[in-house]
Design a protein around this ligand. Structure first.
Ligand code: 2NL
Length: 407
């Protein structure tokens, strides 16, 4: 911050020459005799180099003008330079920061600065006296420049010293340990599944977790009051802005319905995501879990394509194990099947699948005579638990690093 009075603007030294003056004469120059009214005490002062007041004697305005017009002497200019020197030294010494110093430099040495003012007045001295003032002014200029330089250096080094004192850095302090992280086993499982389907030509598609009854149930051939709704009871939210019913999706099938609305067949997509069911928590159930669903729709697809795709996927994920299909039921596929893998001497049920029910296609305005397809769905937690021998689904949600660091 600049503090008042540190600059030389409007400081003690008055302007020279005073406005309107062009008097010639000595340092105590008088007004021309004939106009001298002979004021008290013979005080014939005109405007002095130090800028003192005009004489108290009353002069007609024309006389005043004449009196101040050229009043300058070598002595006065020398005095001014002297005063400028000491004032400059004081102001420079008091400058608090480099910006203030720069302002001082402009005020002192700039084109319209104090020194220029003195040099301008020099023109009114007799020619032989000018070099003296000129030399003195040059010396002063160099003095001021070096004072400015020294002060700048001082300010900079004390600022640096302050900073060094403030910013202490203990290079001997032990570093903070940031342990390397890794993906959660569930996320790693999702990514592995998506990678396998990507390798089979499927694209990833995602959608909202808050859904309407239509996308979650009705469009999937589960009309109101269908018993399948009992097994997929969910959590209901207050109606949306449009008054429509809102619920948490119970599967990622709505993603496929939305995809089919926006994209004509042929379609091959895989839809991962979080889903919700009104289930009590136990070792194998959680009201929030993760699903991956697959959908292929094309001309001429039949159960053999379903079988080949699902078998290939399971063998890539679990290894080259026996896979079997058992007839089952889903409202949105016909025929439908559960799929088991032979895992450590036992048949384990791992996913469900089927040929997309023609009623689902008709609801979407897709001709089931021309297009057919298959779909499959799996629970990611189950895949992860089987693969890693995890005994309790809750271990996947409790963020216990002693558990998670094993993966
Ligand atoms: C399971 C079984 C399945 C589907 C999901 C599906 C989606 C559309 C049309 C027809 Cl858009 N079907 N999805 C089909 C059969 C089974 O999931 O056990 N999931 C955890």
């Amino acid at each position: 911050m600049r503090s008042e009075g540190r600059t030389l603007r409007g400081a003690a030294l008055p302007e020279w020459p005073p406005p309107g003056g062009s008097n010639r004469g000595g340092s105590h120059a008088c007004a021309p005799a004939e106009e001298d009214t002979g004021g008290p005490g013979g005080d014939h002062r005109s405007v002095t180099a130090s800028g003192a007041a005009l004489p108290t004697v009353a002069l007609p305005p024309s006389a005043v003008t004449a009196a101040v017009s050229a009043t300058i002497t070598l002595q006065q200019l020398t005095d001014q330079l002297q005063a400028l020197e000491s004032e400059a030294a004081a102001a420079i010494g008091a400058a608090a920061d480099p910006a203030e110093l720069e302002q001082l430099r402009v005020d002192l040495l700039g084109k319209k600065g104090r020194l220029s003012g003195v040099l301008g007045a020099m023109g009114r001295l007799p020619g032989e006296e000018r070099p003296q003032v000129g030399q003195r002014a040059n010396v002063l200029k160099e003095q001021v420049q070096s004072l400015l330089g020294e002060r700048l250096h001082q300010l900079q080094s004390s600022a640096l010293a302050d900073r060094i004192a403030r910013e202490t850095l203990d290079v001997t302090a032990p570093c903070r340990y940031v342990p390397p992280g890794h993906r959660h086993p569930l996320q790693a499982t999702v990514e592995e599944i998506l990678d396998i389907f990507a390798g089979l030509g499927y694209r990833v598609s995602e959608g909202p977790e808050v859904e309407s009854d239509h996308y979650n149930f009705t469009a999937l051939n589960i009309p109101p009051h269908h018993p399948a709704r009992d097994m997929q009871d969910t959590f209901y939210l207050a109606p949306g802005a449009d008054g429509g019913e809102r619920l948490l999706r119970t599967h990622t099938s709505p993603v496929q319905i939305r995809h089919l609305e926006a994209n004509p067949p042929p379609v091959r997509i895989v839809a991962p995501g979080r889903v919700y069911r009104r289930d009590a928590v136990d070792a194998t159930h959680s009201p929030v879990f993760h699903q991956v669903e697959v959908l292929a729709l094309d001309e001429g697809l039949d159960f053999s394509h379903l079988r080949g795709t699902v078998t290939t996927f399971l063998q890539r994920f679990f290894g080259d194990l026996p896979v079997r299909f058992r007839a089952s039921y889903f409202p949105f596929t016909e025929p439908s099947a559960e799929v088991d893998v032979r895992w450590r001497g036992r048949w384990l049920e791992v996913m469900g699948c089927g040929m997309v029910d023609p009623a689902v296609l008709e609801g979407l305005g897709i001709d089931p005579e021309r297009w057919s397809g298959f779909a499959a769905g799996l629970g990611v937690e189950r895949f992860c638990m089987v693969r890693h021998g995890i005994d309790d689904i809750r271990r996947l949600y409790t963020s216990d690093l002693r558990f998670l660091e094993q993966f």
